[in-house]
Write a protein that binds this ligand. Structure first.
Ligand SMILES: [Zn+2]
Length: 468
């Protein structure tokens, strides 16, 4: 008998392979970080002994969802700065908080953000980290990735902190040169890490000079890094770019050579036909963040048109300050509903297309289609086990529709990343979850005190402290 590390048996597996097979009474053999075989339970059980066996009878197994855009530090700011459009929201919450956000803040926010990603089926998250009021904060996000067990991409971003409000002075004021040397340090440090990688994340069109963008392109080419940027989330990008760089945003980015198959365009809401053609021609990838776009009233990205043109679209939560969760299950349903409503066409984005965007689309977006996005032999063992026996989900006629329209975090029972079980039977294995949640509540309450941030309800300022 041969040995495997982990055997999942008796499962209904939504493979997302080329033929989109759904396999019943199926077993998944996992060796090290990879799926080694898939087949009928009785065949694999007689062939393999296993270090650990999970009986998934009555349950579904999906490939792990890939969340291609978040700002984990914003978990600190969940619920603040509400009822405002993008730039007003930034000015009234995030930009007033950055100067006081320290290592402890970032670490606990990132841990909780990762826990919610894991609990909602995500096995990979791309964190667009632009909070650098102090040094060393990227390393705290990466420490959270390492400690919790998720697959993480740290998108090292740049924000000119000198432009933050004058009464919120930062300890650290990075120049573009300092940003580039940090990118190089991180790229070098994590180049061979099994779960963690680095991307370059210029914040938005007005954050970086033309020379800076050219340096970013050469750094990406040199180290094989993805580039990701907020791109035409609102009309402000084109307004700025026309006034200051003489062209609209996407044609400008094309002209200076920033776009390419390794460029992840976050949001891509205010797209002109010319922009869509550029994305198609250059194989630019899109990160679609429907919940955030709705909260900030940014608009509706032309996702049906992207799909029609064969442009790769992935799904994401965005940061918790403009979501106000990290729940990928909500993103799935919202994606389908948003486009149906917007086009008055109920067939415009289907459940199967939403699952494709969240799995295969995500894998392609982060340049890992050969390793992630489906449950197939040879791919990384990144998946989640879904228990459909909840009032929200039963009865199930079809696991794909159930996942998109009738699901929540309560359905996600077990999550496996890189062959390691990190959520099992509803329990986060690598940290004391309750302690981490209570700690974040305290850290966030203290941050609100120091920054004077907070909400008013019915004219009264409200503040919640420790919940112990
Ligand atoms: Zn964002």
């Amino acid at each position: 008998m041969q040995h495997v590390d982990l055997l999942i048996k008796n499962a209904t597996v939504i493979t997302m392979n080329e033929a989109r097979e759904i396999l019943y009474d199926c077993a998944i053999a996992i060796t090290g970080d990879k799926i080694s075989e898939l087949g009928p339970t009785k065949d694999l059980e007689s062939k393999y002994s296993s270090g650990k066996t999970i009986d998934a009878k009555g349950k579904f197994v999906f490939p792990g969802l890939i969340n291609t855009h978040s700002h984990l530090f914003q978990v600190l700011l969940k619920g603040l700065g509400r009822d405002k459009v993008l730039l007003d929201w930034l000015d009234s919450s995030v930009r007033r908080a950055i100067w006081q956000i320290d290592e402890e803040c970032v670490y606990y926010a990132a841990l909780v953000g990762c826990i919610e990603n894991i609990r909602s089926g995500a096995t990979t998250v791309l964190d667009f980290m632009y909070c650098h009021g102090k040094a060393g904060l990227d390393d705290m996000v990466i420490k959270a990735f390492e400690d919790i067990g998720i697959r993480g991409i740290l998108g090292r971003a740049y924000t000119n902190t000198a432009t933050l409000p004058a009464d919120c002075p930062c300890e650290l004021n990075e120049t573009e040169e300092m940003f580039f040397s940090e990118v190089e340090r991180l790229a070098e440090k994590y180049k061979n890490h099994p779960r963690i990688s680095i991307a370059i994340a210029p914040g938005i069109i007005w954050d970086v000079s033309e020379e800076g963008f050219k340096t970013i392109r050469s750094l990406a080419d040199k180290h094989g890094l993805l580039i990701t940027m907020h791109t035409v989330e609102t009309e402000d990008d084109d307004e700025y770019c026309l006034a200051n760089r003489g062209m609209r945003t996407i044609p400008y980015l094309e002209k200076i050579g920033l776009l390419g198959p390794d460029y992840i365009s976050v949001h891509s809401v205010h797209m002109k036909p010319e922009d869509i053609k550029i994305f198609k021609d250059l194989d630019v990838k899109v990160s679609h963040n429907p919940v955030s776009n709705m909260i900030l009233a940014s608009g509706v990205a032309p996702v049906p048109e992207f799909l029609k043109q064969g442009i790769t679209v992935s799904l994401a939560t965005d940061g918790a300050a403009s979501n106000d969760t990290q729940d990928m299950m909500e993103v799935l349903k919202t994606t389908a509903l948003m486009h149906k409503l917007h086009t008055r066409d109920a067939a415009v984005v289907s459940a199967d297309q939403v699952v494709e965007m969240a799995t295969l689309g995500g894998a392609k977006t982060i340049g890992r289609a050969g390793e992630l996005g489906s449950i197939e032999p040879g791919k990384k063992a990144d998946l989640f086990i879904y228990n459909p026996v909840t009032a929200k989900s039963i009865p199930v006629a079809d696991p794909v529709s159930t996942l998109i329209y009738s699901s929540g975090q309560a359905n996600v029972e077990t999550t496996i990343v890189n062959g390691q079980v990190i959520l099992e039977d509803g329990k986060i294995l690598k940290v004391d979850e309750r302690e981490v949640l209570l700690k974040l509540q305290e850290v966030a309450a203290s941050l609100r005190e120091r920054t004077k941030l907070g909400n008013t309800q019915w004219g009264q300022r409200v503040q919640v402290g420790s919940l112990r």
